[in-house]
Design a protein around this ligand. Structure first.
Ligand code: FE2
Length: 330
């Protein structure tokens, strides 16, 4: 089997490509939206045909490229049945097998991080998503997370696999790439065999993490396999890139927000929604082309309607704002 482990530096996400040497059919596990060109190039270089896109769960920290990869390759998207996602081509059941050339994948429902979490077991490897991580596990404090369910999933399902099974996770923040079931049984400080359910719950309660900054955009987007419905008045990040020199970019956020993690696009005019924007529009040329930008795409839509009301014709709003712009790798 052809096997590649890929990494997205920004979200610390691992994407995996599995290919059958003989038929050249292949699978991608947890692909990232901003890395779609990298992944497509690799598939082409390895002469692989993408048949399935497997997601371990609905991610909160990055946007999936599942729907875009499907559009460009014809591959089918696969999610655990408990995600109930309408955009999935296949909702796979616990214990169900999927065949891709000579590769046989068994789905193992491993809820707890989210209710729809699914691990994929292939030969001597298991792809655990955020259920079991190397010396760690995914958080359980949102997306229907449950300490009890995660403990049960790991201890009863994943730890039932042979000790030598290689564990490949969706993330690692310390540069570790692979573990084994045997190692995690021994050394996982949260879920290892020396820990009880009570120990695990106490640990998770003590180690609360801040709200993930991508969550508000990533979860709703990932629930539609990473595709954002486009409104008539919007321009997508992909469409805006070649246009940046031809349009006037008006960022309608507050000046402070520009210093935040989403940053801003070079060459913008800052006109904060409200009085600032109103005075900008009063002196601006209504014949010129404008694109309004904000953090998530809501305030920029309001700015656009304000401009339209004043007779501006050639106006667009950046779809999904700066958060989506970043998620698309711009
Ligand atoms: Fe996750």
């Amino acid at each position: 089997m052809i096997f590649r482990q890929l990494f997205d530096l920004k979200s610390s996400t691992y994407t995996y490509i599995l290919g059958d040497e003989e038929t050249r059919d292949s699978i991608s596990i947890d692909p990232v939206r901003s890395q779609i060109e990298r992944d497509l190039k690799l598939l082409q270089e390895l002469n692989l045909t993408l048949k399935f896109i497997l997601e371990t769960h609905v991610h909160a920290d990055h946007v999936t490229s599942a729907s875009h990869l499907r559009d460009r390759t014809g591959a089918k998207t696969v999610y655990g049945s408990k995600t109930n996602l309408k955009c999935a081509d296949i909702l796979i059941e616990d214990g169900e097998n999927l065949e891709c050339g000579n590769i046989k994948i068994t789905a193992l429902h491993t809820p707890g991080h989210t209710n729809g979490c699914t691990s994929y077991w292939v030969d001597n490897k298991v792809f655990t998503g955020d259920a079991l991580m190397i010396r760690a596990c995914g958080r359980t404090d949102f997306q229907e997370g449950s300490n009890e369910k995660l403990f049960k999933s790991v201890r009863e399902k994943l730890f039932a696999l042979p000790d030598e099974t290689l564990v490949y996770t969706a993330h690692d923040y310390l540069g570790r790439m692979v573990s084994t079931i045997g190692e995690e049984k021994k050394f996982n400080p949260r879920l290892g065999l020396s820990q009880t359910l009570e120990d695990f719950i106490a640990f998770m309660e003590e180690h609360r993490l801040p709200y993930p900054k991508m969550m508000d955009i990533a979860v709703p987007l990932n629930q539609s396999c990473g595709k954002m419905e486009k409104e008539e008045f919007e321009i997508t990040p992909d469409e805006l890139v070649p246009e940046t020199g031809n349009v006037i970019l008006v960022d309608v956020r507050g000046a402070e927000e520009l210093k935040g993690p989403s940053g801003y696009i070079e060459g913008i005019v800052l006109a904060t929604l409200g009085e600032d924007l109103n005075s900008f529009l009063e002196s601006a040329n209504p014949e010129a082309p404008y694109v309004f930008i904000c953090e998530r795409g809501r305030r920029s839509a309001l700015a656009l309607f304000e401009a339209r009301a004043r007779g501006f014709q050639d106006v667009k709003s950046l779809q999904g704002g700066m958060l989506y712009w970043r998620a698309c790798g711009k």
